[in-house]
Write a protein that binds this ligand. Structure first.
Ligand code: 5RP
Length: 219
């Protein structure tokens, strides 16, 4: 099976976690695109979606699914999103698609985070994938220097501008052995909008795509 077929498999499997009649939280990325395509086939089951990016909003609307603003809902039962890495506790690195801030906002509304990923995303220790961080443009150089003091090499992601008008830096060379502590620390730095460590908003369930079928991990 190709990586895309593995992603399609978990995108379809996530339908099982929808709560009938409720609003669903929808993440961003190629795996989520498969979920949106699957959701389109059962769209009458949900009251709508809260989206984590302009790209997902466009795809949801094209599929005939109503998109609500985050401030129109108080809680949602489930948030479905991909990950760049996920460890054995459900802690994740996210932000490969530059949507990490809105992803964390929607995840914060949800009772349950269901991660959908192909098996290449499973790791023992987070940090092989360069850690994305959304940064206010005037603070980029400062934040890059702070990461260097932690032993990380941070580089700005080209001319990428997030949906919130900010820059992304990607940090390699970090072994994230204590994701909760590192998330808390980096979030304090002036100019950091969101760090792509999802430990405080970890997954409760991961549907992992493998050639043998979908593996369900619970954390
Ligand atoms: C976007 C994300 C995505 O969930 C992550 O990059 C995984 O993407 P894909 O499903 O395309 O592999 O965090 O900001």
């Amino acid at each position: 099976m190709t990586p895309d077929e593995l992603k399609a498999q978990v995108g379809r499997a996530a339908l099982e976690y929808l709560v009938d009649g409720a609003v669903v939280g929808v993440g961003t990325g190629s795996t989520v695109n498969h979920f949106i395509d699957a959701l389109a086939t059962v769209r009458q089951r949900v009251a709508g979606a809260v989206s984590s990016s302009v790209a997902s909003t466009t795809r949801l609307r094209a599929a005939g699914i109503e998109v609500l603003e985050a401030d129109q809902v108080e809680r949602i039962p489930v948030y479905i999103d991909g990950a760049d890495e996920i460890d054995g506790h459900g802690f994740m690195i996210k932000g490969g698609g530059a949507a990490l801030t809105r992803e964390k906002i929607v995840a914060d509304l949800a009772d349950r985070f269901v991660c959908i990923a192909d098996q290449s995303k499973q790791v023992a220790v987070l940090g092989r994938f360069p850690l994305p961080v959304e940064v206010i443009p005037m603070a980029v150089a400062q934040v890059v220097r702070r990461f260097a003091r932690l032993g990380g090499q941070a580089v700005q992601r080209g001319r990428v501008v997030t949906d919130n008008g900010n820059a992304i830096v990607d940090v390699s060379g970090l072994a994230i052995r204590d994701p909760l502590a590192m998330e808390t620390e980096i979030n304090q730095w002036p100019g950091v909008v969101t760090v792509g460590i999802f430990a405080r908003h970890k997954a409760q369930i991961c549907l992992l795509g493998t050639p043998e079928g979908v593996k369900t991990l619970r954390f």
